[in-house]
Design a protein around this ligand. Sequence first.
Ligand code: G1P
Length: 297
Amino acid sequence: MKRKVTKAIFPVAGLGTRFLPATKSIPKEIMTLVDRPLIQYAIDEARAAGITEFIFVTSRGKGALEDYFDNAPVLEAALRRDGKDKLLDILNSTNMESGAIAYIRQHKALGLGHAVWCARRLIGDEPFAVILPDDVIAGEKSCLQQMVEAYEETGGSMVAAMEVPPEKTSSYGILDVADDSERLVSVNKMVEKPAEGTAPSNLAVIGRYILSPDVLENLETIDRGAGGEIQLTDAIAKEIELGRGVHGYRFEGQRFDCGSKAGFLQATVAFALQREELRDEFAQYLSDLTSLPRAAQ
Ligand code: G1P
């Protein structure tokens, strides 16, 4: 029996060292694209896909994340007093219903698989989603929603997938698929961060998953994998070994790797250009900027 996916895990325990010194005092997930923290994009995507329970796997120093989703009574009172209704609406859109968010600490940095496993008791025996907030995906329909719709047909486990340049495959989980032409593909094998030249394809796992609770059991027994960490990819790959279905879903939309500085900057530009109040001025700036070097030649 296929059940509705209502729970999502957000692994947010990482140290964010690629963004030091900023991440010395703020969690990476609070860094903003235009004016919204990365985590807000992830939450909005999950909500659009029908998720109602949000499980954050955190670590020491992530208190700002908890505060972000809390009510802010002093700020709200000040905005109300000044009649700033639009700002109040923005603020209210970040409030979460009481009990909708749970925080679990990952006490040791043992990898993504371990982080997901830390939430096992909150998941129980239901299919669940995993969203990696570093991967920001812009599109008409939320990536997770596209996957939920496909999952209603397939059941089992599903990962978001996207072609990456061959020289980048060693940074991703890589899929070996039977039929390479379709949006929804059945996965034969998965390998986490294959050594250069050994990847079975260039179809990479992107940070959106819908997983069977069996994956949590696999996480109990698998060995440490790439980088000496307990890898989520390995636990999903075990589903295939056990004869259970795993699908890759080539989503529609543009993915930004906000775990890297270049990706973060690209996302900032793309999202700024989508905003009505910024578009004209910012596009003009970009156009001036790119025409300057040409004029100098
Ligand atoms: C994680 C996963 C990897 C996946 C990637 C997508 O790696 O382990 O399989 O391809 O996210 O962003 P990380 O980027 O955390 O090293």
